[in-house]
Design a protein around this ligand. Sequence first.
Ligand SMILES: C[S@@+](CC[C@H](N)C(=O)[O-])C[C@H]1O[C@@H](n2cnc3c(N)ncnc32)[C@H](O)[C@@H]1O
Length: 233
Amino acid sequence: MRPKTAYHDDLGDLFAEHAETSPYNAWIDRPALLDLAGDVKERRVLDVGCGAGHHAAGFMARGAEVVGVDGSATLLRHARARLGDGVELWLHDLEQPLDFLADASFDDVVCALMIHHIDNRRGLLSELLRVLRPSGRLLLSTTHPTADWRHFGGSYHSSEWVDLDLGGSGASIHYQRATLELLLGELLGAGFALDRLVEPRPVPGFREIDRERYERLSTAPTFLALRLVKPGA
Ligand SMILES: C[S@@+](CC[C@H](N)C(=O)[O-])C[C@H]1O[C@@H](n2cnc3c(N)ncnc32)[C@H](O)[C@@H]1O
């Protein structure tokens, strides 16, 4: 995979640290997906774009068995340290088929802040549908289109590839903007049914840490989090 984002080598180490403490990850995205997931005890969960394993750790702490896939060897090293030797982790380019995973072998797929990096979304979504069992769930988060519009400007309807600075760190991430119409069109077009959509705000614990930022992030769109279902047999 061409290292075009902040996720590789020394920038990968920086990103792993960023994902640990950034309020966007720790206080908005991760709690939102855990909330959408509900009880995951003894469920088999695939985490695509698992990065440094933060979501996987949260799901494992609630009793799930997690398999992680990511295209960054650097981030998988962080995931291994966080999750331990017993967890199955795959280094793989998610633009390509998931041939190493069996049909209908997962109860849930977590796809956190990753889909917007993928060009071949049709191929990836069809693979996620294949590895989910009937009635299995896709828990997906991505950038909120109005947050992107506010940040990058231009037309709301743009689906251009953009580079977002990572908090003044010198690293940036490369991804494709998508309107709600485009995102939902692709997910429903792939065969998923929409069960729930939320526009997550920071959870109250963050207020104790940084009240001013909590108030600010509570009024602004940041991410979308969706629970989708593979239609039953
Ligand atoms: C914003 S990070 C999210 C990481 C993790 N899901 C989290 O929420 O902490 C995006 C992740 O997608 C991975 N990624 C991006 N493009 C990829 C590709 N083509 N194949 C595999 N992984 C990819 C990156 O390596 C990175 O770990």
